[in-house]
Design a protein around this ligand. Sequence first.
Ligand code: SF4
Ligand code: SF4
Length: 108
Amino acid sequence: MPPKVDWEKCDGCKGKDEPLCEQICPGNLMTLNENNKAFCRPYRHCWDCMSCTKVCPVGAIETRIPFQIGYHGAKLIPMMGTDTITWTCQDIHGNVTRFRYKNRTDED
Ligand code: SF4
Ligand code: SF4
């Protein structure tokens, strides 16, 4: 499922020439609208790599789990640490499970 941007949180990367989600998207799908809020265009080309979700500094991008796996309302939220990533998985009943992994480095 394509990313969903919370426009209350998105600050357009504070006027950067190219916002982070736009820089990192391998399909060049993320861009800003006339109000400097990010969105994914066109949805059907997104292949759910979640790079934009991970890079957003204000946590404005949410990944919606396909309904075949998690039903509507299920979420997967990454939080990048210095050398770890924590995934928060919320199911349709609001149950939360967290997984923390060490990030891979060039030496791994
Ligand atoms: S990285 Fe986040 S804050 Fe920056 S433009 Fe994209 S959604 Fe908005
Ligand atoms: S999930 Fe990946 S392919 Fe889809 S918009 Fe984000 S960065 Fe681009």
